[in-house]
Design a protein around this ligand. Structure first.
Ligand code: 9MR
Length: 362
């Protein structure tokens, strides 16, 4: 069967001389993606911009920036009505200075909230604590954030509800329509921003992923039928190299259905967990790259897939998991495209190839 990968290598062999091939392969991911009309970007924290080695690399490699945590309500509204936008605004200024676009993450989530929020929601007389926040945030960043994860991780089939929605405090207080209200408020606040529904359970090959995919399709179909302004599905893309793997056939079928609904598809938080692998770093790096390649082989075959973001760019800031065993083994995670010295890893090359433009597949 003619796969995207075989087409890519065929085209590369036929069209490019070794010299031009090397030059193209050297392009930062940002440019490599742009050549095929896509965007590559990553998550960052504002503290990383103070790292004089890293900041220029970030600007070179990434065309899109998303705050890893500085737009979560925990940070933005630590006490009711008192806002702190400082971290997000530093990131946004950096993006503007380097011609990058900005994604916002995330406004309505069951996690990463300030301590006061849950009790306040459960006691709230109306939905303003939800929609007022969405409106205020989207309005504040109108023209500066082009794409928003409005609601994050609202699906959890294992919670046992017939609709498969997560039984979180938002749902307990307002019922399933809390999701619709958040998107309507966002659209009203910014007519042009891309509104994304972001979740994590659709990539894998396990039975629970089948339930997750079925629930997600049902949820999106229902929302679109109710004219809820969702523009895109955010596929987080957190993979693991040594436990579980992507089922390419199932993922492809799922993404085809998403595209058929008229939605765009974004990979919003890609990384590859390499825990549980051998101590040999070369073996781990290869496995991480292979997992990434298998994923993008399917995702980027879909013409609705426009953006690829990794959850960080370099292993430099990743924390090693605690525990005696990992301390003794000296294990440090290698989940991202660049190593801790900002050198390109096999994962970087796998992504570069997947995003390849000159082959004109799209
Ligand atoms: O990487 C993020 C970490 O710094 C935060 O503390 C944590 C809680 O807010 O969230 C992490 O990012 C998550 C993202 O917001 C949603 N999908 C899963 C991500 C990785 O855990």
């Amino acid at each position: 069967m003619l796969t995207r990968r075989s087409l890519l290598s065929g085209a590369a062999a036929g069209v490019l001389t070794p010299k031009t091939k090397a030059a193209v392969e050297d392009l930062p991911l940002r440019q490599r993606a742009a050549k095929s009309g896509r965007s590559y970007g990553c998550a960052a924290g504002s503290y990383q911009l103070r790292d004089a080695d890293f900041a220029p690399v970030l600007a070179r490699e990434a065309g899109v920036l998303v705050p890893e945590y500085e737009l979560k309500r925990l940070i933005v509204e630590p006490t009711p009505g008192h806002f702190d936008f400082s971290g997000a605004d530093v990131l946004i200024a950096f993006a503007a200075a380097h011609g990058m676009t900005m994604r916002g993450h995330t406004l309505v989530w069951y996690a990463a909230n300030p301590d006061w929020l849950e009790a306040a929601v459960l006691a709230a007389p109306d939905e303003d604590i939800l929609t007022g926040y969405v409106t205020g945030m989207v309005q504040r960043y109108r023209g500066r954030i082009q794409s928003w994860d409005i609601v994050n991780e609202a699906i959890q089939p294992d919670d046992g509800r017939p609709d498969g929605l997560r039984d979180c405090f938002w749902l307990k207080r307002y019922g399933p329509s809390y999701i619709d209200h958040a998107y309507f408020a966002a659209r009203q606040a910014d007519l042009t921003a891309q509104l994304v529904y972001n979740d994590w359970g659709c990539e894998g090959g396990e039975a629970w992923n089948d339930r997750f995919r079925a629930t997600t399709l049902k949820f999106l179909e229902g929302a679109l039928a109710r004219k809820v302004p969702i523009d895109a599905l955010g596929l987080q893309g957190h993979l693991a190299a040594f436990h579980g793997s992507v089922n390419q056939r199932k993922l492809r079928a799922f993404l085809d259905e998403v595209r058929a609904m008229g939605l765009k598809i974004l990979v919003t938080e890609h990384d590859v967990d390499d825990s549980g692998g051998p101590s040999d770093i070369a073996v781990r790096d290869r496995a991480v790259a292979d997992a990434s390649a298998r994923f993008f082989d399917v995702v980027l075959d879909n013409t609705a897939a426009t953006d690829v973001l990794t959850w960080g760019l370099t292993d430099r800031y990743l924390k090693a998991p605690g525990g005696l065993r990992s301390m003794l083994s000296g294990y440090t995670p290698r989940k991202l495209p660049l190593d801790a010295n900002l050198k390109r890893k096999p994962m970087w090359y796998a992504m570069s190839q997947a995003l390849a433009a000159e082959h004109g597949i799209r």
